[in-house]
Design a protein around this ligand. Structure first.
Ligand code: CA
Length: 255
């Protein structure tokens, strides 16, 4: 389906916004809350960290598409955070948010590895427009996003939409598969119900999450049945842990 925009129409929100993970590193409570809520309201899967060290840890744990980085952080200088992020994640989009409007700071930020900067105060709509513009230029589905994920005897391949247990392909319904991908891409990390609903179902979803429970139960049953059917003995599959009041965590098999 080709996306056409008639003259005078506002550009559509990218339909894959929910797959776009944005990390906000900002210590200011008001700005951080505003950005986090604004990004989520626009369909992005957003995470908010208040310090440079927690932001770097989160970036190391979970693949993100973009980072909105405040320069004035309480623990680590934002320039150093930008340098580390760029060294570890060459494809990451880094947008610096700065109150320092001096040209020298902007140049230093870009030299440190940032792709763009916004001088505070800025409006959410300008930030979102910049984000869309940058993400449009990026190839759809970065290699990291579409690469097969191997966890013990389970292989999930988003590109071919195949799921293998001990080398044998198993059939999952579309939402079961997408749910598994969403968890496997963040294996070892807690994923909130809201993030899963946004990534697998609807970016603008609000309401009960019964459909998530039903799909999760079905996914667990299918993996269990596939494991039991392997003739060579019990395969090593990841475990999907339920985190009460939060969501789920896909735990890779030991070893
Ligand atoms: Ca700050």
């Amino acid at each position: 389906m080709s996306a056409r925009t008639l003259p005078g129409m506002s550009p559509p929100v990218p339909h894959d916004a929910a797959r776009t993970r944005v990390l906000v590193i900002e210590d200011d409570d008001t700005i951080g809350r505003h950005l986090h809520a604004g990004l989520r309201g626009s369909g992005y899967a957003a995470t908010w960290c208040r310090t440079g060290s927690s932001g770097l840890a989160e970036a190391g744990l979970t693949r993100h598409d973009a980072v909105l980085l405040d320069l004035g952080l309480p623990d680590v200088d934002g320039m150093d955070v930008a340098r580390h992020l760029r060294a570890d994640h060459p494809d990451l989009l880094i947008v610096i948010l700065t109150a320092r409007s001096d040209e020298i700071d902007v140049i230093a930020g870009l030299d440190a590895g940032a792709d763009d900067y916004l001088v505070k105060p800025f409006t959410l709509s300008v930030l979102l427009a910049r984000l869309r513009a940058h993400l449009r230029r990026r190839p759809a589905g970065s290699p990291a996003e579409s690469a097969p994920i191997r966890l013990g005897d389970l292989t999930v391949d988003p590109a071919s939409r195949r799921c293998l247990v001990a080398g044998g392909e198993i059939t999952l319904r579309p939402k079961e598969f997408e749910l598994l991908v969403a968890l496997a891409q963040r294996a070892g990390a807690a994923v909130s119900r809201e993030d899963l609903m946004a990534q697998v179902w609807d970016a603008n979803w609000f309401g009960p999450t019964k459909t998530l429970d039903v799909t999760m139960a079905a996914l667990r049953r299918r993996l269990e049945a596939a494991a039991a059917a392997v003739p060579e003995g019990r395969p090593r599959l990841p475990h999907i842990a339920t985190l009460r009041g939060h969501g789920y965590r896909l735990e890779p098999p030991a070893g």
